[in-house]
Ligand binder design. Structure first.
Ligand code: SAH
Length: 222
């Protein structure tokens, strides 16, 4: 067969780039995808502005459904991933919650909004500069229920146990024993293990129900 199509040439036509998502479009997309379903979590996504947690050079792409670098080898997680984690965590008002891997503070702010003024949110970050970045980002929100700490989150936070919920944004080979020990019976851990997101539900002192969702990439735990 003869190829009759004309040779490709530059017609000088500019193909318009797709416009970046707005804050509202990002939330609508997460609802449309059925990633966000719980009203309290949807409202938190509306109240917390991701733009407040990205680097200055990424302000125009703050609402893209992508992880973005925040320096020091860390990323602000992809909104879809954050939404899946928060839906699985099922955080309730007034709970005591431990977060590992504060990073930008975006997930921290969402937790503080979801669990409300009477909750206690503790968040541990390994890199002091990132903790300072998170503090600066979170200042705009005036949360009274937050304690930010620097340290090794693998150890949990023994002095404030037991926790209703534990959530980690950094992955490891297995869920650290300290987190399981520091979880209330009836409590939930959401943490990345390898390429899976793992949900552990403590049904009794020694028994945990486990659910695995495959297909994630997270910054590793140091
Ligand atoms: N939820 C954060 C994700 C940040 S990436 C956000 O959306 O911004 C994961 C974070 O875990 C990084 O900031 C990294 O420094 C931190 N981290 C890695 N190992 C850690 C450890 N052992 N203890 C506490 N934080 C840790």
């Amino acid at each position: 067969m003869v190829n009759c199509s004309p040779p490709e040439r530059d017609l000088g036509v500019q193909v318009p780039l797709l416009p970046h998502l707005t804050k509202e479009q990002l939330v609508e997309k997460l609802i449309f995808d059925k990633t966000l379903v719980t009203p309290r979590i949807i409202n938190a996504f509306k109240a917390i502005d991701r733009k407040d947690f990205v680097l200055p050079e990424d302000q125009d792409i703050a609402y893209e459904d992508k992880a973005l670098s925040i320096g020091y080898g860390a990323t602000i997680s992809q909104p879809t991933t954050v939404a899946i984690m928060l839906e699985k965590l099922e955080a309730e008002p007034d709970q005591k919650i431990l977060e590992i891997g504060t990073g930008s503070g975006y997930l921290t702010a969402l937790l503080a909004e979801i669990a409300g003024d009477m909750s206690q949110i503790f968040s541990i970050e390994y890199i002091p500069e990132l903790k300072e970045f998170a503090i600066a980002n979170l200042k705009k929100y005036n949360f009274k229920n937050l304690s930010l700490l620097t340290g090794d989150g693998k150890l949990g936070l023994n002095e404030h146990k037991p926790f209703d919920r534990i959530i980690s944004s950094a992955s490891s080979d297995m869920v650290p024993k300290a987190w399981k020990d520091q979880l209330k019976i009836g409590g939930i851990i959401v943490a990345p293990v390898g390429d899976n997101l793992v949900l552990l539900d403590r049904v009794s002192k020694r028994k945990f129900r486990e659910e695995k969702i495959p297909g994630f990439i997270f910054v590793p735990l140091k």
